[in-house]
Design a protein around this ligand. Structure first.
Ligand SMILES: *[C@@H]1O[C@H](CO)[C@@H](O)[C@H](O)[C@H]1NC(C)=O
Ligand SMILES: *[C@@H]1O[C@H](CO)[C@@H](O)[C@H](O)[C@H]1NC(C)=O
Ligand SMILES: *[C@@H]1O[C@H](CO)[C@@H](O)[C@H](O)[C@H]1NC(C)=O
Ligand SMILES: *[C@@H]1O[C@H](CO)[C@@H](O)[C@H](O)[C@H]1NC(C)=O
Ligand SMILES: *[C@@H]1O[C@H](CO)[C@@H](O)[C@H](O)[C@H]1NC(C)=O
Length: 373
């Protein structure tokens, strides 16, 4: 299959199929109405209307399992369990298991006194100091939203050029900002799954009562304010087994050797992935950190971090859901406009300079346009 990027091949296929299906449905309905109902219109129409109403009632009864009652915000959402958790076993081959590692730099006391509302887990490489700096003063500012406890953590491993000087400089940065978690594994793109699972392991060890966690990358723009108030809602009921982001439906392993996302059949023989969310930014309820870490050794390792987390969720019987409307978790770069950026959660491919420029522009203009409800 030819894919420009992993995303473009999914979305083009999806849009075409949806359009075709929609057209077919409209034509089919017209045909049925014209050919079967025309002679008996009054009686038949009445009966089929009732049938349709019943079917709709049935459908909404099922859909309601996944949506909160519109006016009753005090009841908690039922967990999004789609099927019973499966009993699974760890692979005998250690290469096919995700391992957890010890800490080189740690922040064990971050959650000692207070449970955060949101933890931002940001994958970054050691040399990206400017990106860390830009995030600290923009969307990763821990005291940005009054009364909402946000915690920022950068996830690192030991890169290939790791030496005493590098370690000294990073320890200094860590003492200044207290936002660096460095585990003792080799930090390569191929080890991204390890990076993320070790980050989740930090949460389940030191901060198990966090309400929500967002995993995102160092080149992202995140509208933290929109995420907190319009997606997660500090006043809303606490959620369990909640997982949202940019849904990757019908994701297929890329078998093109030249692709950054190539996955060899030995690593993942199936033809498609279970539903998962793009690793550019996904958000989940804090309880899932521990659950994903616990099931992860029993899930065969694959290099794609986001698809791997999807496989863990599948084993747990948790289904990722779409975010609320006007809350796009875009895995691509969204062209800047004050109004659009007020109503997205993420946009991709930001240099540190871009991030600071557009962040400040949004802060100055965010109240100048009316939000769609
Ligand atoms: C609703 O669905 C169930 C199971 O699919 C079926 O048994 C029942 O008859 C349906 N009810 C209506 C009103 O369509
Ligand atoms: C909200 O839902 C709960 C549980 O379903 C129920 O016990 C309670 O009475 C409801 N409250 C209101 C205001 O409807
Ligand atoms: C993982 O595998 C072990 C060993 O077979 C088993 O005891 C455990 O229940 C499994 N865990 C999950 C979450 O499936
Ligand atoms: C991933 O990290 C482990 C632990 O440091 C290391 O043994 C392994 O070689 C790394 N894998 C890659 C592909 O870099
Ligand atoms: C998390 O909450 C549980 C139960 O409410 C409590 O027992 C535990 O001490 C809390 N853990 C932390 C690290 O705050």
């Amino acid at each position: 299959m030819f894919c420009l990027t992993r995303l473009i091949c999914f979305s083009i296929i999806k849009q075409r199929i949806i359009r075709l299906l929609f057209l077919a449905l409209v034509l089919f309905t017209l045909m049925v109405l014209i050919f079967s109902n025309i002679r008996w219109l009054p009686g038949k129409l009445a009966r089929s209307t009732i049938q349709i109403q019943n079917a709709l009632a049935n459908l909404s009864a099922r859909v309601q399992l996944n949506t909160p009652p519109a006016k009753n915000r005090t009841s908690t959402l039922p967990p999004l369990i789609t099927n019973a958790p499966m009993e699974t076993r760890p692979s005998k081959d250690p290469q096919k298991r995700v391992h957890t590692y010890g800490y080189v730099i740690n922040e064990p006391d971050k959650c000692k006194d207070i449970d955060p509302f949101l933890i931002l887990l940001i994958t970054v490489e050691r040399w990206q100091k400017q990106a860390r700096q830009a995030i600290r003063i923009t969307w990763g500012k821990e005291d940005f939203l009054p009364g909402v406890r946000i915690l920022r953590l950068f996830l690192l491993g030991k890169d290939l050029d790791w030496n005493d000087e590098g370690q000294r400089s990073l320890v200094e940065e860590s003492q200044m900002f207290h936002d660096i978690i460095l585990h003792d594994y080799l930090d390569t793109y191929y080890n991204l799954t390890t990076k993320v699972i070790n980050g989740l392991n930090w949460i389940s060890t030191y901060c198990p009562n966090a309400s929500y966690v967002m995993k995102t990358d160092s080149d992202m723009f995140v509208n933290t304010e929109h995420l907190v108030y319009r997606v997660l809602k500090p006043d809303g009921p606490p959620r369990l087994n909640y997982f949202t982001g940019h849904l990757m439906t019908n994701g297929m392993p890329i078998r093109n050797l030249d692709s950054k996302w190539y996955v060899p059949p030995e690593e993942y023989p199936e033809e498609s992935y279970p539903l998962f969310c793009s690793g550019t930014g996904y958000v989940f309820s804090g309880d899932l950190a521990r659950k994903i870490v616990q099931v992860s050794p029993n899930v065969t390792w694959i290099r794609l971090e986001d698809a791997f987390v999807g496989l863990c969720l599948d084993k747990l019987g948790v289904l990722p859901v779409a975010p609320p409307k006007n809350s796009d978790f875009s895995p691509l770069r969204v062209g800047y406009s004050d109004c659009d950026y007020n109503q997205i959660v993420t946009s991709h491919l930001f240099s540190p300079g871009d991030l600071m420029y557009f962040w400040n522009r949004l802060q100055q203009n965010k109240y100048t346009c009316v939000l769609n409800q």
